[in-house]
Design a protein around this ligand. Structure first.
Ligand code: NAD
Length: 272
């Protein structure tokens, strides 16, 4: 519901968005921004129970905050392991059965962990790459195929990280940094490859944001907090809500001529 005047090209009314990793953290808040902006949303996550809880919460808070709304959003929850091609194909079919179409994809499923490169367990490295890179690629291809079959335009947003452009210090995380650089360049490459079909692909690269993912790192290493914020020109970590405008912009017609872009949302970290 729009209580203040704004460009109607920012509206996502009539859109269906699929958000991977949407059960919590950045994905959940971005799913919320799609719902508030008018879209129906499918939350896809490894944790189906949490995804269902979050989908119900999104629906309930929309209903509560918009008592006069003539249309309520459809918000569904689905299980997938984004690193498994069969699981990705199955969940895309399941979402299409529930929503009939997909217009926007936001790939937020991902994780990081800290090991020195020389002692990084190879299995874990493969898993990290599988979730962050394969998971992004598999969903993008699945949704692009659907859009092409429908002969419909669409917009895809990858969640990369500033770690794809800089090297975080002091914690060692070479595979994560490399994976996020791959995500950013996949966005540019697919943007060029699919431009003819009206499918836009962009990347959002957040800096340090306060979520369960960073909370665990900070709980294990409390001294990191000061070090991290000392390197951020705005002097503070970001809130998940700081991504709401960006994801809405990139999913909407307001960004119709934006494709292959990397939008850094990092309080200025990467410009210093
Ligand atoms: N938090 C930050 O500071 C930060 C900064 C830059 C980039 N990012 C990126 O943003 C994304 C979201 O991070 P977050 O902080 O919200 O993390 P989070 O851990 O809070 O949430 C990640 C979600 O992804 C899901 N997930 C993990 N592996 C999965 C799999 N194999 N299949 C399906 N779902 C899976 C988890 O269940 C969880 O719900 C990640 O890609 C992360 O790398 C985070």
């Amino acid at each position: 519901m729009h209580f203040k005047r704004t460009l109607d090209s920012f509206s996502l009314e009539g859109h269906v968005g699929l958000v991977t990793g949407g059960a919590r953290g950045l994905g959940l808040v971005m799913a919320q921004s799609l719902v508030v902006s008018g879209a129906d949303v499918a939350i896809v996550d490894l944790n189906k129970e949490e995804a269902q809880y979050s989908a119900d919460q999104l629906y309930d808070s929309f209903k509560q905050e918009n008592p006069g709304a003539d249309k309520l959003p459809k918000v569904t929850a689905h299980y997938a392991d984004v690193s498994d091609p069969d699981s990705v194909n199955n969940v895309i079919s399941e979402v299409l059965t529930a929503h009939s179409k997909i217009d926007n994809l936001v790939t937020s499923a991902g994780f990081t962990e800290n090991f020195d490169a020389v002692s990084y367990p190879y299995d874990r490295m493969k898993k990290l790459w599988g979730v962050n890179v394969d998971g992004t690629y598999l969903f993008a291809v699945g949704v692009a195929k659907h859009l092409m079959e429908r002969k419909a335009h669409g917009s895809i947003v990858f969640i990369g990280s500033m770690s794809g452009a800089i090297v975080n210090v002091p914690q060692p995380q070479a595979p994560y940094n490399g994976a996020k650089a791959a995500v950013r360049h996949l966005a540019s490459s697919l943007a060029v490859e699919w431009a003819h079909a009206g499918i836009r692909v962009n990347c959002i690269s957040p800096g340090y944001m306060l979520t369960a993912l960073t909370k665990k790192i900070l709980d294990d290493n409390p001294e990191l907090s000061k070090k991290w914020t000392s390197l951020i020109p705005q002097g503070k970590m970001g809130r998940p809500e700081d991504l709401m405008g960006a994801v809405t912009f990139l999913c909407s017609d307001a960004s119709g001529y934006v494709t292959g872009a990397d939008l850094r949302i990092d309080g200025g970290y990467t410009v210093t």
